[in-house]
Design a binder for this molecule. Structure first.
Ligand SMILES: Cc1ncc(COP(=O)(O)O)c(C=O)c1O
Length: 397
């Protein structure tokens, strides 16, 4: 007789479709002491302005304690919505800004408002895995648009646009590839999407983290009525705040707001007021350059280590102009999912690239974060990774 009681819980069809993140399963092998992880998407804790938060926290509690601890408007804290509108490089009405609980919540709200079962949703090749996860409970049909070093290829976008609900794009320092869409590509994508009547969801959490020059204007600046823009405080202040925002056209804003009300009524007002206080006196204009400088040094270290250690191997990698991630393609015959446990034996972890593809993944690819480990750790980790690759090539299968 089985001692497992039958469960009284009948799951919704949508819950049956929710899978544990493939990535989380793959990365379980990396949870071992002593591993240098280039896998996580964690900003460097060295960049968290802890004292500024301590001061702002005291200020908010002393000045507006009761309001900071009360229920608040679903749209977000007025001065923060205004600050977001002021921060963006096109003319944004604060009434179009919705403060979200991380930009990840923005993706969830967009999925609820725009996706029916079977709706075609166009994505880059590869794309941000967290977006695929946010969309998936609404049961879309994700369609991969062919992409190169500058992002989606316009001809393929045009060929696939018909009957699609939207295209999800990450023009700046993309997660996972680190690539950036050029000015010319932005102009072409923006006009092709407008011509095809295809809305754009533009996700830009990394745009401020440029190293040498600011990226071209967002797609949303070119056609605000055709775009929903997502932004985040996670990479320029701290991810634990869970604070992001979206900017949506008037035609769709009320629906996104209603979806948000159902999810969490509003984003924590205490956090919103604290961030608003931190941002006073142009704080970000002083703070963000320090993040850029740190991440640029780390990117340089990783690119130098890859050049040194991968010499003689057929390995391709880029030198991203900003953000947190670098994309690598290993020699023919290597599958990075199979390689990961071998790398972990040598105390280094990365993220295999295949899960980031909505369609068939490229098994030779992997994503490296250059921001979490120190320069010394990056050197050690890339040397270990190169050794793992050489060993795998020497012992195929
Ligand atoms: C491309 C992209 N979009 C959205 C998010 C979610 O960010 P958050 O919810 O912390 O604002 C991330 C997080 O890493 C990301 O890389």
């Amino acid at each position: 007789m089985s001692n497992i009681a039958p469960t009284p819980w009948k799951l919704a069809a949508r819950a049956e479709k929710m899978n544990p993140s493939v990535l989380r399963e793959i990365l379980k092998v990396t949870e071992r002491p002593g591993i240098i992880s280039l896998a996580g998407g964690l900003p460097s804790p060295k960049t968290f302005p802890i004292q500024a938060f301590a001061d702002a926290c005291a200020e908010v509690l002393h000045k507006d304690g009761a309001a900071a601890l009360q229920y608040a408007a679903s749209e977000g804290y007025g001065p923060l919505r205004q600050a977001v509108a002021d921060m963006l490089p096109w003319n944004v009405d604060p009434a179009q800004v919705l403060i979200t609980t991380g930009s990840q919540q923005g993706l969830d709200l967009i999925a609820k408002v725009l996706i029916d079962p079977g709706s075609r949703v166009l994505v880059e090749t590869p794309t941000y895995l967290g977006a695929l996860q946010a969309f998936s409970p609404m049961e879309p049909t994700p369609v991969s648009v062919a992409s190169d070093d500058e992002g989606v290829i316009v001809e393929d976008l045009v060929a696939k646009a018909k009957d699609s609900r939207f295209i999800y794009l990450l023009p700046n320092f993309q997660n996972p590839t680190g690539r950036t869409m050029s000015e010319a590509r932005r102009a072409a994508v923006s006009s092709a999407a407008a011509k095809a009547g295809l809305p754009i969801v533009e996700d830009n959490p990394y745009g401020d983290l440029w190293f040498d020059e600011a990226p071209p204007l967002p797609l949303s600046a070119r056609n605000p009525e055709g775009c929903i823009y997502l932004g985040s405080f996670s990479k320029i202040l701290a991810p634990g705040l869970r604070l992001g925002f979206l900017v949506a056209p008037k035609a769709i804003y009320p629906k996104l707001l209603q979806a948000k009300q159902a999810v969490d009524l509003h984003t924590p007002i205490f956090t919103q007021r604290m961030v608003s206080a931190v941002m006073k006196d142009n704080f970000l204009e002083r703070h963000v350059p320090t993040i850029r400088a740190l991440y640029k040094r780390q990117r340089d270290a990783m690119v130098a280590a890859l050049k040194r250690e991968m010499q003689g191997l057929d390995v391709q990698f880029n030198a991203p102009a900003g953000g947190m991630f670098l994309w690598v393609r290993l020699p023919e015959g290597i599958d990075t999912v199979a390689l990961l446990p071998q790398a972990v034996e040598r105390n280094v972890a990365f993220v295999p690239g295949a899960p980031f593809y909505a369609g068939q993944g490229d098994p030779r690819t992997l994503r490296l974060s250059f921001v979490t480990a120190s320069v010394e750790e990056i050197d050690t980790a890339i040397a270990a990774l190169a050794m793992t690759v050489r060993e795998a090539l020497a012992n195929p299968g």
